[in-house]
Design a protein around this ligand. Structure first.
Ligand code: ATP
Ligand code: MG
Length: 291
């Protein structure tokens, strides 16, 4: 994902301002880590451009490589432009029209040499409403005028109508993020490697190598079916319980007592039965053979 995003960003870095800049849309189910990836990418872009070119531009302005705007249910064109000005703490954000806000934001983006505009929670926007159409036209203007790549983040963006406008459909590169799957060996290896990395980060006095990746692999998969948001919540709550009870390690008995979100709990019984029957396993074959 990071390399796809870097490719889209870097291919557009030297484009002249009058050319339409690239846009990408990270579209995935809730809780799969879209915001986390978007922010990690934003941090990477911010740090690497500052490291490369310094904290100030040649004209002496502060360098702000990334602009971040979060959408809300009723975000209109003016609110969106206001949010960009708010990001820059622009003194002219209190009064003005939508277009004056936009031209002030453009001035900031040019002066601060911004390169990435992150628009999170785009699913709040109904593109098929009058407000949505105005905003999608505005995104096109930003891509035309601003020196930035736009990264949209949201879910069901196609159903919401992001690609209804042919110009946007031709300019936006869709990127997907999937849950961990255990249908094949490569997926099971990836799941195991993630658990190995995760268990190293846990701070519990009685943890041991393989606590998550070997002894809890099936249980964790049955609870979250590869959904990173549910997995992280489960592990966080489990650690809290292990710490509170003095057990200081995670076991199936302890984790079974931890309550989880409704979406995860709804499919728990089905996955527990599949894993218990041997129809599926969450562990790579080479690990199973050793036992
Ligand atoms: N790569 C990761 N490593 C560790 N934890 C992660 C990772 N990605 C996501 N998480 C955790 O998963 C949870 C959900 O992530 P995030 O908020 O990024 O999802 P989202 O796709 O933006 O969800 P939503 O659609 O609800 O906005 C967070 O608590 C985050 O800490
Ligand atoms: Mg999010």
């Amino acid at each position: 994902m990071f390399s796809d995003l870097t490719e889209v960003l870097e291919a557009g870095l030297d484009q002249p301002n009058w050319q339409a800049k690239s846009m990408a849309a990270l579209d995935a189910f809730p809780g799969l880590g879209k915001t986390t990836i978007g922010l990690a990418f934003a941090k990477h872009v911010h740090n690497s451009l500052i490291r490369q070119y310094g904290r100030f531009t040649d004209s002496g302005h502060e360098r702000w490589p990334v602009i971040r705007v979060g959408m809300m249910g009723d975000t209109g064109v003016k609110d969106f432009n206001w949010a960009m000005l708010e990001f820059f703490a622009h003194s002219g954000r209190k009064t003005g029209t939508a277009s004056t806000f936009l031209s002030r934001a453009l001035d900031c983006a040019l002066s601060c040499e911004s390169r990435l505009l992150l628009v999170d929670d785009l699913q709040f926007l109904q593109f098929r409403s009058a407000q949505g159409t105005k905003l999608s036209n505005q995104f096109k203007s930003i891509a035309n005028e601003f020196p930035v790549m736009i990264l949209f983040i949201g879910h069901e963006l196609q159903t919401k109508g992001l690609y209804d406008d042919p110009q946007l459909a031709y300019r936006i590169t869709p990127l997907e993020l999937k849950a961990f799957t255990i249908d094949d060996e490569a997926g099971r290896e990836q799941w195991r490697n993630f658990l190995l990395a995760l268990e190293q980060r846990l701070v519990l006095a009685r943890k041991y190598p393989g606590m998550l990746a070997d002894d809890l692999s099936d249980h964790l998969y049955a609870r979250c079916h590869g959904h990173i948001g549910s997995l992280m919540t489960l592990v966080r709550r489990g650690c809290q319980r292990a710490f509170r009870t003095g057990e200081e390690r995670l076991t199936v008995a302890l984790m079974s007592q931890v309550k989880l979100d409704r979406a995860a709990e709804q499919r728990r019984a089905e996955w527990e039965a599949r894993l218990a029957s041997g129809a599926n396993s969450s562990r790579p074959a080479r690990r199973r053979k050793r036992e």
